[in-house]
Design a protein around this ligand. Structure first.
Ligand SMILES: NC(=O)c1ccc[n+]([C@@H]2O[C@H](COP(=O)([O-])OP(=O)(O)OC[C@H]3O[C@@H](n4cnc5c(N)ncnc54)[C@H](O)[C@@H]3O)[C@@H](O)[C@H]2O)c1
Length: 372
């Protein structure tokens, strides 16, 4: 009988890789078959822990293991596009792409165009959408329990000291990372529109206050939704000494929903039904949460024809356009329309000096020795 299990390989074994591995291990219908990192110790550590093949060259991984169905692209953000295109073009694999997915809307269009022409799927990771508190509030909005949305407020107060940015050359750069909005705040920017609807216009101010980096570690913004609601955003990684909160509140015509905790994981106030607060709150051990498990569940359902992955091209594009609008507003010093074809000049700009650190040459098969 044919093996219908979805076989996943990790491309990148950094800080978030463990969450992918634990999520895959926790559910049926999906199996991890290989892990690859440029740094041998990282790939080997996961290889040994999960008893899977490990590699330092992803071409070798994909050439040796043709059974791989999906490659999880969890390399530096500014490499997602290049790695995605290479894996699709050469090896025709479906892709899981970590947030912020692509650095630039044009990259997103190019990747989806290619995927769609070749019947490949792209699965973006915005795992906070799956938090119980977020799902409960989404249900309340869609079902009319909260009424019309009037004000949406986001507050992220996390701590990323200089030592965090010093971990790798891609961190804290406009080309490969972006600042607190593109890296940490992207989850909440995505939730701004997942829960609140499409944003029409915004104005943003940004500063770098707590680290010696080129990107912002602090941003505040005001915004107006297309349907008339307003929003306010405060995101910083210059909080000290710890991560404090990632909160989102919604003032609506029939009540108030306030989500808080370290990563919008607690429903703290829900006036239409206060009992929902206990039922829909989770304790998270860290800011990553548990949502990757649901992401993988949805991938399995999608690939087996039992469901459709909930984030499609337009949904992903709109979150990326919204992200760019914050940077654009700061660059232009004025209110900007979110839905235009323009993008930030800084976010996702090319930097070959960094990209070349993360490129993998195609091996001449005969000349390459196994890393295992
Ligand atoms: N969903 C979330 O909550 C979440 C949390 C953290 C990070 N992320 C995202 O995941 C991505 C990785 O972040 P991280 O914190 O794990 O970064 P990291 O720097 O810790 O890990 C990236 C890894 O990719 C490896 N790599 C780079 N190029 C490679 C190549 N060509 N072949 C093999 N390996 C390669 C690096 O050696 C490194 O180990 C980023 O896009 C980030 O935004 C998402």
């Amino acid at each position: 009988m044919a093996d219908s299990t979805t076989k996943v390989a990790l491309l990148g074994c950094g800080r978030i890789a463990g969450h992918h591995l634990r999520s895959i291990a926790a559910i049926d219908g999906v199996r991890i078959v290989a892990a690859c990192d440029l740094v041998e110790e990282k790939a080997k550590a996961y290889g040994q822990q999960y008893n899977i093949a490990w590699f330092t060259n992803y071409h070798r991984m994909l050439q040796e293991l043709p059974e791989i169905d999906v490659v999880a692209i969890i390399t530096p953000s500014g490499m997602h596009f290049e790695h995605c295109m290479d894996v699709m073009r050469r090896y025709r694999k479906h892709l899981i792409v970590e947030k912020p997915t692509f650095m630039h809307p044009q990259q997103l269009h190019d990747a989806y165009d290619w995927a769609e022409r070749n019947s490949l799927r792209i699965f973006p990771v915005f795992q906070n959408r799956h938090n119980k508190a977020v799902q409960r509030v989404k249900k309340a909005i869609d079902g009319g329990e909260l009424g019309d949305i009037r004000v949406v407020a986001v507050r992220v107060r996390w701590c990323r000291p200089q030592s965090y940015y010093n971990l790798a050359p891609w961190r804290g750069t406009y080309s490969h990372d972006g600042g607190c909005l593109a890296n940490q705040g992207i989850h909440h920017i995505d939730l701004l529109r997942y829960l609140g609807g499409e944003v029409g216009r915004l104005t943003a101010a940004m500063q770098t206050l707590g680290a010696d980096i080129e990107v912002e570690d602090t941003a505040v913004a005001s915004l107006t939704y297309r349907d008339g609601a307003v929003g306010v955003v405060e995101v910083t990684t210059a909080a000290r000494p710890n991560d404090f909160e990632a909160s989102l509140s919604i003032v609506a015509s029939k009540g108030l929903a306030q989500l808080g905790g370290i990563a919008v994981n607690e429903l703290q106030i829900f006036t239409p039904n206060p009992d929902a607060c206990t039922q829909s709150s989770e304790k998270f051990p860290d800011a990553y949460g548990f949502g990757h498990t649901d992401v993988y569940r949805n991938i399995v359902a999608d690939l087996s024809g039992r469901g459709t992955f909930p984030i499609d091209r337009l949904d992903c594009l709109n979150s990326l356009k919204l992200l760019h609008a914050f940077y654009r507003s700061h660059e232009e010093g004025q209110w900007v329309d979110v839905q235009t074809s323009s993008s930030s000049d800084r976010l996702g700009r090319p930097d070959e000096n960094i990209s070349r650190l993360y490129r993998t040459p195609v091996p001449e098969t005969a000349a390459v020795r196994s890393a295992q």
